[in-house]
Design a protein around this ligand. Structure first.
Ligand code: ADP
Length: 325
């Protein structure tokens, strides 16, 4: 019996956002609007997204003993995430300093802070969490050796999902555990090496699979996603929505996919569900603030489609996007 549908091991950041007329050049000072502070970080985002969908979710992360850490803990708890695994202290909470210009282009400086102090020893000390989670997900805003330790400490029968963001070369041991490896186009390019990335995204899926993961998902923004568990590549359509802000869409997608896999769905079916959650997330501003409940997903996207994007009973799902890929 598992206590958690999903354990997320990853980062928690405070996103400090200022709107500016112009992003500053070297040596320049510009005046901006009022500071907005948002809970963020890919680990915290995924945990909040899953909890909003009613998944029993825990987070293993580290924040500082400071106001930003308390903001993050509050937002996690408000969403229903179990924060017993969120360690406090050792360094200031991770921060992303973000300036956004009127065109929506941004400049970001990240101070990983406490995220970089989440160690392999912390993972070993969290054995109970790891052994009571049906699915474990991770990203790369924490040290790679910590992610590798997660892989070594997975309980038999649990499933590991990795979104390698920010992307970097992955050890064979980590790749072999991924079921699936979830990448967007940029991450696919880095992991494959730009030179090998030409042709159709379906080719990238096969190249990624050849690197050792048990299964692969490539997300393609408004074009949906491609999935492969070794038995051919399936295209999962996105849901056509009026997108206002795609921040955090990938985290919502990954959380929803991990949750559905844990509930026994096949990869394509879980990705179809995740595409609906990702679509709902882009209809609202922000990352965690934009994540929908299961009821909101249903209201926006209609009945749950099967892996082909068809609603139960064979009718096209509401808002189904006709695919070209
Ligand atoms: P990331 O945020 O990691 O770059 P993507 O932009 O590929 O990831 O988005 C993840 C998923 O969210 C997509 O596969 C898709 O299902 C959904 N999504 C993202 N952008 C849109 C959009 N504009 N319209 C509908 N769905 C979207």
């Amino acid at each position: 019996m598992y206590d958690y549908d999903l354990l997320v091991v990853g980062s928690a950041n405070a996103d400090l956002v200022i709107d500016v007329e112009r992003r500053p050049a070297a040596g320049e000072t510009v005046l901006g609007g009022d500071l907005a502070v948002h809970p963020g970080g890919k680990g915290a985002n995924q945990a909040v997204a899953a909890a909003r969908l009613d998944a029993r979710t825990a987070l293993l992360a580290r924040v500082g003993d400071d106001g930003h850490g308390r903001l993050l803990l509050d937002s996690l708890r408000a969403a229903g995430v179990d924060t017993a695994g969120v360690l406090v202290g050792g360094a200031p909470t991770g921060v992303a300093l973000i300036t956004v210009d009127p065109e929506g282009d941004n400049s970001i400086v990240v101070s990983p802070g406490a995220n970089s102090r989440l160690t392999p020893a912390d993972v070993r000390a969290a054995a109970r969490l790891l052994h009571t989670a049906r699915v474990v997900s991770a990203q790369l805003e924490i040290p790679l050796e910590t992610v590798a330790e997660v892989v070594r400490n997975l309980a038999p029968g649990s499933r590991f999902v990795l979104n390698p963001s920010p992307p970097r070369e992955l050890p064979a041991e980590v790749l072999a555990a991924c079921d699936p490896l979830i990448v967007n186009e940029h991450e696919a390019r880095v992991i494959l090496g730009d030179a090998r990335v030409s042709g159709e995204p379906a080719d990238w899926v096969r190249l990624l699979l050849a690197q050792g993961p048990r299964s692969v998902v490539v997300t393609l923004g408004a074009e949906g996603a491609l999935v492969c568990d070794g038995r051919g590549v399936t295209r999962v359509p996105s849901v056509r929505v009026g997108a206002v802000d795609t921040t955090g869409a990938g985290d919502a997608f990954t959380a929803a996919l991990a949750w559905r896999l844990g509930a026994g769905a096949g990869l394509a079916e879980a990705a179809a569900h995740a595409a609906r959650v990702g679509a709902a997330a882009v209809t609202r501003r922000g990352a965690q603030e934009s994540y929908p409940t299961a009821q909101e997903v249903e209201a926006l996207c209609g009945a749950v489609p099967d892996a082909t994007g068809r609603a139960a009973g064979g009718a096209p799902a509401a808002g189904e996007r006709g695919g070209s890929r």
